[in-house]
Design a protein around this ligand. Structure first.
Ligand SMILES: *[C@@H]1O[C@H](CO)[C@@H](O)[C@H](O)[C@H]1NC(C)=O
Length: 363
């Protein structure tokens, strides 16, 4: 009995320590923490920065800019080290985003708007599906339903990639053809929202929501091919050509937060559009991310759920389907060839809370 009390006391302490350590990631707090030269020396920051600049072809306009980026790089090295401690099953380190502050990163490479109070009027509530016959491992990439990893660039348009990814998958399931669809059409033309909540409107590089985008596609009649309406990574004027529609939405639905239901809908409908809190992704290199703390509320990134698995990672309590496989839109030179793995079973980083399936028409 005493042991149990002691253990729970220790875990409470640990959680608060972990939480306060993670607060150091807050850009404001982080900037005022004095840099420890010893630490930088241990981390071999000079050497890593040289490698980083070569690998990603980084050039800085002025010596001042170079010095500033080096200081940001150093704090990201320390942050990656903290992330490694707090997320031991993943690998964290230098990524192509290592010279950006967390707020710069958030502004330019995410783009999910806050969950609105109301869903679009045509959104269905997904019916509850049977879950007893689900495969143990499942990956839509093995079935040809996923296009190559794309790159949103420096534009908060994640939501448009999550949307096209889900529709590409459903279109493939219904027609047998994998067609890459246009995010730029959504960036330029889709300003859908609940009129009562103007700040939830889809707004190109300034963010949007996948459910709004499905509603837009439903109303507009469809989406063009990527090759007919290519991605520029900038807000532009709409030049949607109805005669060139490549895929359309029959309907879309919002899935319950139950992970078995999410898996069942994934297997039935194809890749799902989901929202996630991207707090651990700037430093992510690979393996299964299972951080001790991650807010379930602050969803800020739209991504595509394509599968789940267990290979290479099986603590006994999570034997069934230990991780989700997520397609990101930061190019193939981020994460595991552009993908992120996050452990399943407990709504980690809020990933169960904004999940949608789309059904394409046959055309
Ligand atoms: C969604 O569309 C498909 C294909 O047209 C149809 O079979 C299904 O019943 C629709 N679902 C809803 C909820 O309307």
């Amino acid at each position: 009995m005493k042991l149990i009390i002691l253990l729970s006391l220790i875990s409470v302490l640990l959680i608060s320590v972990v939480a306060s350590v993670e607060d150091l990631s807050d850009p404001l707090i982080r900037q005022v923490i004095s840099n420890s030269d010893d630490d930088d020396h241990l981390l071999n920051a000079d050497h890593h920065f040289t490698l980083f600049k070569t690998k990603y072809g980084k050039k800085y306009a002025t010596p001042d800019e170079h010095d500033y980026r080096f200081s940001v790089f150093k704090s990201n090295l320390r942050r990656a080290k903290r992330h490694q401690l707090l997320d031991p099953t993943a690998e964290h380190g230098v990524t192509k985003f290592s010279d950006l502050t967390p707020s710069e990163f958030k502004k330019s490479f995410l783009g999910l708007k806050k969950n609105p109070l109301k869903f679009p009027s045509d959104a269905n509530k997904a019916p509850i599906l049977p879950t007893n016959d689900l495969p143990e491992d499942f990956d839509w990439r093995d079935h040809g339903a996923v296009t190559p990893v794309k790159n949103q660039g420096s534009c908060g348009s994640c939501w448009s990639f999550s949307t096209t990814g889900a529709l590409e998958g459903s279109h493939f399931l219904r027609t047998g053809e994998l067609v890459s669809l246009s995010e730029q059409q959504l960036v330029d033309c889709d300003h859908e929202c609940d009129p009562a909540e103007k700040n939830s409107c889809d707004a190109g590089c300034n963010g949007g929501l996948m459910n709004n985008a499905f509603e837009y596609i439903l109303k507009a009649g469809g989406v063009q091919k990527e090759s007919d309406y290519p991605y520029t990574g900038k807000d532009g004027t709409c030049h949607f050509d109805k005669s060139k529609i490549a895929a359309s939405v029959a309907n879309f639905s919002v899935i319950s937060t139950d992970e078995d239901q999410i898996a069942a809908n994934l297997v039935k409908h194809g890749p799902l559009a989901i929202g996630i809190n991207a707090a651990w992704m700037q430093t992510y290199i690979g393996k299964v991310s299972c951080p001790y703390v991650c807010s379930k509320k602050r969803l800020d990134h739209g991504v595509l759920l394509v599968g789940y698995g267990s290979a290479g990672y099986a603590p006994s309590r999570l034997k069934e389907k230990p991780y989700w496989i997520i397609k990101n839109s930061w190019g193939p030179d981020w994460g595991e060839d552009g993908y992120y793995k996050i452990c399943s079973g407990h709504n980690l980083c809020g990933m169960d809370t904004m999940v949608s399936a789309v059904v394409s028409t046959n055309t």
